[in-house]
Design a binder for this molecule. Sequence first.
Ligand SMILES: NC(=O)c1ccc[n+]([C@@H]2O[C@H](COP(=O)([O-])OP(=O)(O)OC[C@H]3O[C@@H](n4cnc5c(N)ncnc54)[C@H](O)[C@@H]3O)[C@@H](O)[C@H]2O)c1
Length: 165
Amino acid sequence: MDQLLKNKNIVIIGGGSGIGFNIADKFLSEDAKSVILLDINEKQGNIAADVLNNTHGNVAALIPVYCAAKFAVMGFTRCLGHEDNFKKTGVRVIALCPGFTETQLTKPLLDEKDTDNSEELIKFVKGFPWQKVDAVGDAAVAVFKRAKSGTAWLIEGGKPIEEVP
Ligand SMILES: NC(=O)c1ccc[n+]([C@@H]2O[C@H](COP(=O)([O-])OP(=O)(O)OC[C@H]3O[C@@H](n4cnc5c(N)ncnc54)[C@H](O)[C@@H]3O)[C@@H](O)[C@H]2O)c1
């Protein structure tokens, strides 16, 4: 299966910065028709929309209610993305699982001066292969193009995407 992003309308929750923002940028570069950014941080959402509008045009920023935990997201993906549901709806549901990625969310974890971070935590976190948001944006495009509904994909250390069994 090779899916094209051309003419697709994309919704990104948390698209105001970090990984979500980079995916929005990459999807628009692949000729997505529009990207809707859902972000609780209205200011950040508007800044992101301005940046993307200046680069690509056709972007809207909205404020959503978002509540999903990571385990629930995997279960949700496997269930809603099940082949039986896909046959009925034609809608693919796919999970993208990034390893440690340099963003505002994770930056504090590497701050050795932050008194909340123990030596153990910093050592633990540094032991993982980190990546830039760009790797996750590229992975999202690759996953979009080839993933079957109900599947989950790992992108870690900027290596090629791998399906999560
Ligand atoms: N950075 C990593 O290493 C990493 C690894 C695995 C998974 N993730 C997940 O990827 C997602 C994005 O992480 P990031 O590192 O880009 O974070 P980030 O903090 O850089 O960006 C998150 C964006 O989401 C917005 N946001 C937060 N809560 C929201 C809500 N309830 N509704 C709408 N928007 C909301 C924020 O305002 C921000 O613009 C998160 O779900 C995070 O748990 C991140």
